[in-house]
Design a protein around this ligand. Sequence first.
Ligand SMILES: Cc1ncc(COP(=O)(O)O)c(C=O)c1O
Length: 379
Amino acid sequence: MIVSTEGQRPRSKTLPFMDLQAQYNHAPESACSHRAVIVMDTDNFDWSSLGFDYIKTDYRYLSQWKDGSWDDGVLTEDNTLHISEGSTALHYGQQCFEGLKAYRCKDGSINLFRPDRNAIRMQQSCARLLMPEIPTDVFVEACKKVVLANERFIPPYGSGGALYLRPFLIGVGDNIGVHPAPQFIFSIFCVPVGAYFKGGMKPVNFMVSSYDRAAPYGTGAAKVGGNYAASLLPNKEAHEREFADCIYLDPATHTKIEEVGSANFFAITHDDVFVTPYSPSILPSITKYSLLELARDYLGLATQETDVPITDLDQYKEAGACGTAAVITPIGGIQYKDDFHVFYSETDVGPVTRRLYDTLTSIQVGDIEGPEGWVVKVK
Ligand SMILES: Cc1ncc(COP(=O)(O)O)c(C=O)c1O
């Protein structure tokens, strides 16, 4: 339930982290009394109704880079940024972001899933766009602080939801030429989410787009906003044709599958090989690399990262999209030119996809033990 308190908007506060934890423990009234504009009534919320929409949560992390170094960072209630009109993020797309989730476990504890991998991928995106990197330990600690400060927004264990964290790093400051920004902002906010694709763990259909989301030696492997701006029009066209999203082919030859909207692609051959495309213009999905390991070590499948020609779809009995937001979304069918190819079923989930999903999600919520270091306890 969303309650608007517009009209009584108080000034936002920033809190050093220690104070925040203390306030939650000892003086909840004062920590909560300045909540602004839109708050979610987390006590009376139907968690199963969550989709993938923006909801303002209580606190976000904010750190600034100036004169060669990052400051100590704060948690703030203010969900707006006041930046120079000359900011490179606005004109030249000098920005990158990440996405990861915090999960409520059966015993009430909270897990992050492989946050160090997101930190490393963000460092790689920063290197590609000449932005200062956030060290892994700073990134992971900031994630933990944001989760703790917004604990009431974590969907309960068993609801299928999670707290989605959105770290981002942008070039700001007075500037006009095409060069790196004089200043940068790193922030992490969070939103409680349910399924990304309508229906959750139900097969959905995709169409092959004739547009590209990235160039062969461009920024496809970096998580930068420009790739997503380029995907808005093809995504709209896919929705207009009643597909969940687009499949993008390799930009050089348009013959091999690369990405499924904002997720990676995988498929299972008739003789049980887990196959996923390899290409320098694909975003290296943390979920995909986790599934490669789980398929091999937990399900006993052979695995391959290789070319997946769009004309070879009949070699696969099951297919899916995988990512932090998509989790594992089974692909019912793919429209390519005039052909519509159905994999396992347009309505039912294939058994291998189901086992991969169960294994991955059970590790994320702590029901089964994952490989060393995958789960990071927040509390
Ligand atoms: C283009 C694209 N591919 C793949 C993924 C999946 O990556 P991950 O599993 O790290 O969330 C994402 C989401 O981050 C994405 O935006």
